[in-house]
Ligand binder design. Structure first.
Ligand code: ADP
Ligand code: ADP
Ligand code: MG
Length: 693
C-alpha cells in the first residue's frame, strides 16, 4: 500500500478520498486553486500545494504542476477523483512517465472508451449489445441524414467526445435533422473541441441502469451490481439508487456479464462504470418480475439484447473512473470503493471474488445542487450562510451519510460545478430508504443560495418515484407535483415570521428592558400590523394582543390564536408553533427582510416588508436584460432591430458547466446587444437592451 498519495481534485470527492486514506494510514496531499485556499478539502489532507488561479484551466487541469506537486511532496500515487483529469489519457501517461501511480485504469483503456463512437465499434466486436444506430467515422451531413432516416425517428444525435449530459439533440422528424445536427456540432466543437457525432435510436421512456465494475492487475474483473440513475434533468443524474427496482437475478447476471465483457475488452483495471439504457423494465411495486423468463444461463457470455424474458439493454458508454454515485454501491455491498482503488493501484488483487459479493438492503443518493429548479434548474452561486446537515443520530449510525466538500460560511463560486453535497441513505427495503431520505432532506437546511433540496423532497414523494415507476422522463411527467410547490402555506409562513419577530424582540427585551417595541400595553387591546410579500403577492397581517396575554393573528381573511414557545437553537429562531389547527416545530433564519422558514412540511421564504427601507426606491427595471449569473456569453439569437415576443430565446450563456437560455421578459424590440459571443460577463451585467412595446 502507498504511504502518501496526492488528490488531484477538490470538493466532496477530494474529502471522500482523504477520509479513506486516513482510515488506511495513508498520508494525503491536497492541491488547491486561489478560490479554494481555505476549502474543506485542503483542511482534510495532511499537506496542501497551491497550483494556480481559480478557473479549472489555471489549476485543476494544470497537470504538469500537479505532477510537480506530487514529486515535491513525495507522493507515490495520484487519485484524480472525477471530472477534471480523471478521464485524460495524456495525464495518466504523464504520471507513469514520472514514476507516479495513476489511481485509475491504464491510459489505453481511457483512450479506448474516451470517444463514444470508437468505443461502440469496440463493444460491437466484444459482443456487447448496442443501441441501433450509426457510429462510423464518415461525417458527411447528407450521409448522416440518410442514416437517421434509416434508423427511424426519433433519433438522438450525440457528440462522440461528449459528456456531462452535453452535446445531445433529440430529433423527432427528418425535416428537423439538419438544424439539430448543425447545433449539436456547434456545441460539440465549443465544449469538446471536436464536432464528430454519432446517431442512436432514441429509446422512449428508457431507464438508465449502470454496472459498477472493478478490475485488477492480475486479470480479475468483477461487477458490483447495478445502480439505477433514471431520474435525470438535462440528461444529468439527480437521484441514484441500488439495487434497481424490478431487477431480477437473471437480468442482473446478464447485465453484469456484459459489463465485465466490456471492461475486459479494454483490459480494464480499477473502478469503472458501464452505462446501459434499458427498455421497458417494469420496476413498479405492483408489477412482478418480467414474464416468460428462461433459466439463468450460468455462463459468463453476455446475451444479445432481445432475449426472451429479459428487457432489451444497450451499452451507452463506459466512464473510466469512480462515479459520483458510487456511495450507493458502497452502502449495499458494505465495501469502500476508494479502498479498493488504492489496493488495486498498489498492485494488490481484488479483495473479493464475484461469488463473495452480496447485496444488503437498498440505498438512495440525492445530489444537492445550488440551483433553482423552478427556473429551469438555473445554477446559483452564493454563500452558505446557514448549512445544517441531517443529524445521523435520528437513525442508526451510518444509515444516513453526507458527502460534501463545504462548510457553513463557504461560498459556492461560479468556477466549479453546482453540487453542494450528496445525501446517501440506506434501509432494509426501498420503502425504508425512501422515508429516511425524505426525513434527511427535511433536516437539511441551507440559507444563502437557492438549492434543489425541496425539489428533491417533491421527487421522492411523487407517485412515480414512490412506486418505483422510473424512467428518464420522470421529472417532466411529474412536473405538476414537482415545480412551484408550496407545502408550508401562507398561514403558517406568516405565523412563523410573526412569531420569530416576537421571539427576537423578547430576547432583545431581556437584554435591554427599555427597548420594548412589541406594542403591548397593560391596558386595552393593541393591534399591530405587518406587511409581507409571499410568493410574489403582498399581504397584510394583524396581530392583536388580547387582555389575557393571548395573541390573535389575522391573515388573508382568516384569524386564529397564535401560540408559540421558543426552543433552544444555534442561530436563528426555533419555535414550537401552533396556529389554525396546526402544530409544527419551525426553524427560521432572517436575512435582511427575508425570513427563511423550515419545518417538517417543507421550507419556504417570506419577505417581511420594512416600509421605511423602501421609501423612494423605484421598482422598474424594464428595458434591461441582465446575466443571471457570472459566465460566458455563447451566442445571441437576435440582433438589434429584431421584434421579439415574451418568452422568446434571446441569448445563450454558459456557467457552472451548463448552458442557459435567456428569454425575453416581455414583447418588444431589441435596441442593442452589449456583448459579443465568447465574452465573459459578471452577474447582473446588462447583456442587451430592449424597448418594450
Ligand atoms: P456522467 O458522466 O454519466 O454524467 P456522473 O453523473 O457521475 O457521470 O458525473 C457528471 C459529470 O460531472 C461527470 O463528467 C463528472 O466527472 C463531473 N463532476 C461531477 N462532480 C464533480 C466535481 N465535484 N468536480 C468536478 N467534476 C465533477
Ligand atoms: P453523457 O456522456 O453525457 O453521460 P450518455 O451517452 O451517458 O452521455 O447519455 C446521458 C443520458 O442521456 C442517459 O443517461 C439517458 O438518460 C439519455 N440517453 C442517452 N442515450 C439515449 C438514447 N439512445 N435514447 C434515449 N435516451 C438516451
Ligand atoms: Mg453518461
Amino acid at each position: 500500500m502507498f504511504t502518501k498519495i496526492l488528490i488531484a481534485n477538490r470538493g466532496e470527492i477530494a474529502c471522500r478520498v482523504a477520509a479513506t486514506a486516513r482510515r488506511l494510514g495513508v498520508r494525503t496531499v491536497a492541491v488547491y486553486s486561489d478560490a479554494d485556499a481555505s476549502a474543506k478539502h485542503v483542511a482534510a489532507c495532511d499537506e496542501a500545494v497551491h497550483i494556480g488561479g481559480s478557473a479549472p484551466r489555471d489549476s485543476y487541469l494544470q497537470w504538469e504542476r500537479i505532477i510537480d506537486a506530487a514529486r515535491a511532496t513525495g507522493a507515490q500515487a495520484i487519485h484524480p477523483g472525477y471530472g477534471f483529469l480523471s478521464e485524460n489519457d495524456a495525464f495518466a501517461n504523464a504520471c507513469a512517465s514520472a514514476g507516479i501511480a495513476f489511481i485509475g485504469p491504464p491510459a489505453s483503456a481511457i483512450l479506448a472508451m474516451g470517444l463514444k463512437a470508437e468505443s461502440k465499434q469496440l463493444m460491437e466486436k466484444a459482443g456487447v449489445p448496442l443501441v441501433p444506430g450509426y457510429h462510423e467515422a464518415d461525417q458527411d451531413p447528407a450521409m448522416l441524414q440518410h442514416e437517421a432516416n434509416r434508423i427511424g425517428y426519433p433519433v438522438l444525435i450525440k457528440a462522440s467526445a461528449g459528456g456531462g449530459g452535453k452535446g445531445m439533440r433529440a430529433v423527432d422528424k427528418a425535416e428537423d435533422f439538419a438544424d439539430a445536427l448543425a447545433s449539436c456540432q456547434r456545441e460539440a466543437r465549443n465544449s469538446f473541441g471536436s464536432d464528430a457525432v454519432l446517431i442512436e435510436k432514441y429509446v422512449q421512456r428508457p431507464r438508465h441502469i449502470e454496472i459498477q465494475v472493478f478490475g485488477d492487475t492480475h486479470g480479475n474483473c468483477v461487477y458490483l451490481f447495478e445502480r439505477d440513475c433514471s431520474v435525470q434533468r438535462r440528461h444529468q443524474k439527480v437521484l441514484e439508487e441500488a439495487p434497481a427496482p424490478g431487477m431480477t437475478p437473471e437480468f442482473r447476471q446478464q447485465m453484469g456479464a456484459a459489463a465485465v465483457a466490456a471492461a475486459k475488452a479494454v483490459n480494464y483495471v480499477g473502478a469503472g462504470t458501464v452505462e446501459f439504457i434499458v427498455e421497458q423494465l417494469d420496476g413498479s411495486d405492483t408489477a412482478g418480475p418480467p414474464q416468460g423468463g428462461t433459466a439463468p444461463s450460468g455462463g459468463s457470455a453476455p446475451r444479445a439484447a432481445g432475449s426472451v424474458g429479459v428487457p432489451n439493454f444497450y451499452f451507452m458508454e463506459m466512464n473510466t473512473r469512480l462515479q459520483v454515485e458510487h456511495p450507493v454501491t458502497e452502502a449495499i455491498t458494505g465495501l469502500d470503493l476508494v479502498e479498493w482503488q488504492l489496493r488495486v493501484a498498489s498492485g494488490e488483487p481484488l479483495p473479493l471474488k464475484q461469488e463473495e459479493l452480496r447485496i444488503h438492503g437498498h440505498a438512495i443518493e440525492a445530489r444537492i445542487c445550488a440551483e433553482t429548479p423552478d427556473n429551469n434548474f438555473l445554477p446559483a452561486t452564493g454563500t452558505l450562510e446557514v448549512y445544517r446537515k441531517p443529524s445521523c443520530t435520528a437513525f442508526e449510525r451510518g444509515v444516513v451519510r453526507v458527502d460534501d466538500g463545504v462548510r457553513e460560511g463557504d461560498t459556492i463560486s461560479p468556477f466549479y460545478d453546482s453540487m453542494v453535497a450528496k445525501l446517501i441513505v440506506h434501509g432494509a427495503t426501498r420503502q425504508e430508504a425512501l422515508s429516511r431520505l425524505d426525513a434527511a432532506l427535511a433536516e437539511t437546511r441551507i440559507v444563502g443560495l437557492s438549492t434543489n433540496v425541496q425539489f428533491l423532497r417533491h421527487v421522492v414523494n411523487s407517485p412515480s418515484f414512490a412506486q418505483a415507476n422510473l424512467d428518464t422522463a420522470l421529472i417532466p411527467r411529474e412536473a405538476a407535483v414537482l415545480f412551484h410547490q408550496d407545502k408550508v402555506g401562507v398561514a403558517l409562513a406568516v405565523a412563523s415570521a410573526v412569531a420569530q419577530t416576537l421571539v427576537a424582540e423578547r430576547a432583545q427585551e431581556v437584554a435591554d428592558p427599555f427597548s420594548r417595541r412589541d406594542g403591548w400595553r397593560p391596558h386595552g387591546l393593541t393591534v399591530r400590523g405587518f406587511d409581507f410579500e409571499y410568493l410574489g403577492e403582498t399581504l397584510q397581517a394583524q396581530l392583536t394582543y388580547l387582555h389575557d396575554g393571548a395573541l390573535q393573528l389575522a391573515v388573508g381573511g382568516t384569524s386564529g390564536v397564535l401560540r408559540f414557545e421558543a426552543l433552544p437553537t444555534q442561530g436563528g429562531a426555533r419555535m414550537d408553533l401552533q396556529f389554525q389547527g396546526q402544530r409544527q416545530t419551525v426553524q427560521t433564519w432572517q436575512q435582511g427582510e427575508t425570513v427563511h422558514i423550515f419545518c417538517a412540511l417543507g421550507a419556504t421564504q417570506i419577505i417581511e416588508i420594512d416600509a421605511l427601507a423602501h421609501a423612494g426606491v423605484a421598482a422598474a427595471d424594464g428595458g434591461r436584460l441582465t446575466a443571471p449569473m457570472p459566465g460566458k456569453v455563447l451566442s445571441f439569437a437576435v440582433k438589434a432591430g429584431d421584434v421579439i415576443t415574451k418568452g422568446q430565446a434571446l441569448a445563450v450563456m454558459e456557467a457552472m458547466k451548463m448552458e442557459h437560455t435567456i428569454a425575453a421578459p416581455a414583447d418588444g424590440t431589441v435596441a442593442e446587444l452589449l456583448y459579443a459571443p465568447g465574452d465573459q460577463v459578471s452577474e447582473g451585467a446588462e447583456l442587451l437592451r430592449i424597448t418594450t412595446a
